[in-house]
Ligand binder design. Structure first.
Ligand code: SF4
Length: 331
């Protein structure tokens, strides 16, 4: 039976937004150079952030409207106290098909057993270098061993984690083949992410390694066989004969995938963001706290979704459009 999606989740281009990314916090235990400014971001007072109860309430509303996949992000979602209970409550919604999380993996070894018991379905784990020195250079803090330990535990618990690697020219692009090799014997999907501009991350095209170049580099060593993707996939996926794992590319800058976008974002301070790179936002937190009815909330969501643009503005323009630092969006 076709999935019923409320018209409020459908934009003027006919895209049904059935995937909600929820940021649980603005705090993180790393300081990655592509995610936040060197000086960090000012911490918003706790009362300005959604409570776990409010997150659950808004998530339930979006699922009633037709959202079928929720991804928990941050900052770093695992630093949010009560995340395990929230995962269990979200997982209890029968209509929700996939409950996923994107984490930097530092706390995974400690927290994953409980998250797994609570029903977490899918894991994306950020890893940008296998060299401890370079790891600390990119993340501005150490932690490589803990992340690798978390990845191995995820595999042991039966997850097929995606390993998200932001490729930075002159910093970690010399490790691209090491990342590919990581998928030879492990049931993981290594995803190379094109470096994207966000507030305060000093983005330049000089640091961007385009998808085409990555494909050429890897293709000169391995035979890459394209894999069929899902209707809303963000990654271009490939298999390599003889490999257990697969390879993917997130090409937001050089080959955007906006025409099939089904994603909405709820920030930790309760703003609905209809596009990762779009500055428009509406506060669902304020409406909720002002006692808005479900109807009022749906009208706010509808108006925001109907303002969504066909695609992002392109990498020449994006650095000049006001936006949040990535840590305050959740990627
Ligand atoms: S840039 Fe915006 S429209 Fe394009 S895929 Fe990302 S969220 Fe969707």
């Amino acid at each position: 039976m076709a999935m019923r999606v409320h018209p409020a989740l459908v934009d003027t281009f006919g895209r049904a937004h059935t995937y909600l990314r929820i940021a649980l916090t603005e705090r993180c235990n790393l300081r990655c150079v592509y995610c936040m400014p060197e000086e960090g971001v000012p911490q918003r007072p706790r009362e300005e952030l959604l409570t776990l109860e409010e997150i659950h309430e808004l998530a339930r509303l979006f699922v009633r409207l037709g959202v079928r996949k929720i991804r928990l992000t941050g900052g770093e979602p695992l630093v949010r106290r009560g995340v395990e209970e929230l995962v269990a409550r979200l997982r209890a919604m029968p209509e929700l098909e996939t409950l996923a999380m994107t984490t930097n993996g530092l706390l995974l070894a400690e927290k994953l057993p409980a998250l797994h018991r609570a029903g977490l379905d899918q894991l994306n784990i950020s890893l940008d270098s296998f060299d401890p020195v370079k790891f600390s250079l990119i993340a501005r803090r150490p932690g490589l061993e803990r992340v690798l330990e978390g990845i191995e535990l995820a595999i042991a618990l039966g997850y097929r984690p995606r390993i998200n690697c932001v490729v930075l020219r002159g910093i970690n692009d010399d490790e691209v083949l090491d990342f590919v090799a990581f998928a030879r014997t492990r049931p993981v999907e290594v995803r190379f992410i094109e470096y994207m501009p966000f507030e305060g991350n000093r983005w330049t095209t000089d640091r961007l390694v385009p998808y085409g170049e990555l494909l050429e580099r890897i293709g000169s060593v391995y035979r890459l066989e394209p894999l069929a993707g899902g209707p809303h996939d963000t990654a271009k996926r490939f298999r390599i004969p003889g490999f257990v794992g697969t390879i993917g590319f997130i090409t937001s800058m050089t080959e955007h995938f906006c025409s099939t976008c089904n994603r909405l974002r709820l920030t930790a301070d309760g703003h609905l963001k209809v596009c990762l790179f779009g500055p428009q936002e509406v506060s669902l937190r304020d409406a909720l706290r002002a006692g808005a009815s479900e109807e009022d909330l749906v009208a706010l969501i509808d108006a925001a979704v109907k303002r969504k643009k066909a695609h992002h503005a392109g990498m020449e323009v994006l650095p000049h459009i006001p936006n949040r630092p990535m840590i305050l969006i959740g990627g």
